[in-house]
Design a protein around this ligand. Structure first.
Ligand code: SAH
Ligand code: SF4
Ligand code: F3S
Length: 460
């Protein structure tokens, strides 16, 4: 195969992103890595000289979904070839890491397979694929940290974006019984604080006002500090809060076990740290938490939430739940419902347990029948929906700062998010996009709120 024959400045790259926010960040960084080779974004696979499918392996038939998308991309690649245009097809992300060989044998038209830790080597892989004409696979965990080799991030993940993700920690050593992440992302590693701070400053210089720090266990962050000491996440947040122009900070995903005192205090001390925390608990049953290898019980989670709420009384919480993990009884499930009722979540994600190849739970006895999982999921989701609606309804009448990020649902409206991560729409000038404005919330729609800008009310 040849490198795309079009002139260097007009090569086009199309990235398809599935999975978590870290994949969104990774897709942006892969785009950064390929820009010096002349690749600019394409709107569709049909018009792209290179397509990257950035995959997720967390649940369900992840691999099947990948093969079906690859089938579609194969047709596009063939049609382009008939028109004399080459297409490089790359599969990246967590399915690539877990099932790289399988991908190459079942989809031999794929040119490059790369794991999440090797994408700094993409330019070299592209050159090798072009030279050798055979497939290139890079799914080892390299000794070097990719962040030391990446070019500067070009800023927000969306052009003109007001909010952005920034990966500070990656990988996981916790090995929950059900989870593939430790196998696909590798061992826990943290970026040096100076490199995170430099990237944050760059983003702010390009108009970003809210940064969400990312990590599979972001609060396990332990990066080298510029003072020669190891910094925890709290130290990093304190330093980021000093950056002029950076209005808001968030971090995700946290593990209850890594929530230390300094981080709890940061919620009291830092106004820029938004009062919304995603803190997955998975189950409210101690028996299940043990089987899942979560390393804490339900009481520890409850008392952690109490301490967080003492530090930041308006803290809104979100969580992840799994129903139907092997061995889960009706009593275990009811303990989950009880925990949800007691804590009160502003929102939460809930999933049916899905056996992942190679994880300890996938071979466990006592699988929960599918209809039972379905029924539990429905009950849990109904309760979560009720709590979410109650939380949003309680916002009506409140006045709160909204960071406007773009156009609203209707003409003449702008849209943004509240401190509690609620979507808010209001009539207002688009010159306010990128700023935080006080808004009085007036009504609750299905998945968003509408309000009036306070200063417009003052003139009404
Ligand atoms: N690092 C995060 C979670 C990452 S995965 C944490 O420790 O909480 C995101 C969510 O997907 C998990 O919180 C879990 O609820 C869900 N999940 C992971 N593996 C799953 C599986 N095998 N089946 C169903 N849900 C799963
Ligand atoms: Fe997966 Fe558990 Fe690690 Fe979260 S802490 S990424 S659920 S193994
Ligand atoms: Fe999916 Fe990998 Fe993220 S499995 S959830 S893309 S870490």
């Amino acid at each position: 195969m040849n490198l795309p024959s079009s002139p260097i400045a007009s090569r086009r790259l199309h990235v398809i992103t599935w999975g978590c926010q870290m994949n969104v960040y990774d897709s942006a960084r892969m785009t950064d890595v390929l820009r010096p080779l002349g690749y600019a974004p394409a709107d569709s696979a049909e018009t792209a000289d290179m397509v990257i499918l950035n995959t997720c392996h967390i649940r369900d038939r992840a691999a099947e979904k990948v093969f079906s998308e690859l089938g579609r991309l194969r047709v596009i690649k063939q049609a382009r070839a008939e028109a004399g245009q080459d297409t490089i097809l790359a599969v990246a992300g967590c399915v690539a890491q877990a099932e790289g060989r399988e991908i190459l044998s079942r989809a031999p038209y794929v040119d490059i397979v790369l794991g999440p830790q090797t994408y700094h080597r993409l330019p070299e892989m592209v050159a090798r694929a072009a030279r050798a004409g055979g497939a290139v696979i890079e799914t080892d965990f390299p000794a070097e940290q990719k962040f030391d080799f990446l070019p500067d991030a070009t800023g927000p993940q969306l052009p003109g974006g007001v909010t952005a993700f920034l990966t500070v920690q990656e990988g996981c050593d916790k090995f929950c019984s059900f989870c593939v992440v430790p196998y696909t992302r590798g061992a826990e590693a943290s970026r040096p604080a100076a490199s995170v701070l430099a990237e944050a400053r760059l983003m702010v210089g390009q108009g970003v006002r809210e940064i969400t720090l990312l990590g599979q266990n972001v609060n396990a962050y332990h990066g080298d500090g510029p003072d020669g000491r190891t910094w925890g996440l709290a130290g990093l947040l304190h330093a980021l809060a000093e950056i002029p122009g950076l209005a808001r900070l968030r971090y995700t995903t946290s593990h209850p076990r890594d929530m230390d005192e300094a981080l709890i205090e940061a919620h009291a001390a830092l106004p820029a740290l938004m009062p919304f925390l995603h803190l997955p608990v998975q189950s409210g049953s101690d028996r299940m938490l043990g089987a899942m290898n979560r390393g804490h019980d339900a009481a520890a989670y409850r008392s952690l939430v109490e301490r967080l709420r003492a530090a930041r009384p308006d803290l809104a919480l979100s969580s992840d739940f799994i129903v139907g993990h092997p061995g889960e009884t009706e009593a275990d499930f009811e303990a989950t419902l009880a925990l949800v009722r007691d804590i009160g979540f502003a929102q939460a994600f809930s999933f049916k347990y899905s056996p992942r190849p190679g994880t300890p739970a996938s071979g466990a006895p006592n699988a929960v029948p599918e209809p039972v999982k379905d029924e539990r999921l429905q009950r849990l989701q109904a309760l979560i929906r009720e709590q979410q609606d109650a939380f949003n309804a309680a916002s009506v009448g409140m006045t709160m700062p909204v960071l406007f990020t773009g156009h609203g649902r209707k003409p003449g409206q702008i849209g943004g998010r509240s401190p509690y991560l609620q979507a808010v729409h209001a009539a207002g000038s688009e010159t306010l996009i990128g700023t935080e404005v006080m808004v009085t919330i007036e009504a609750m729609l299905t998945n968003s709120l509408t309000g009036t800008l306070l200063r417009e009310r003052a003139f009404a």
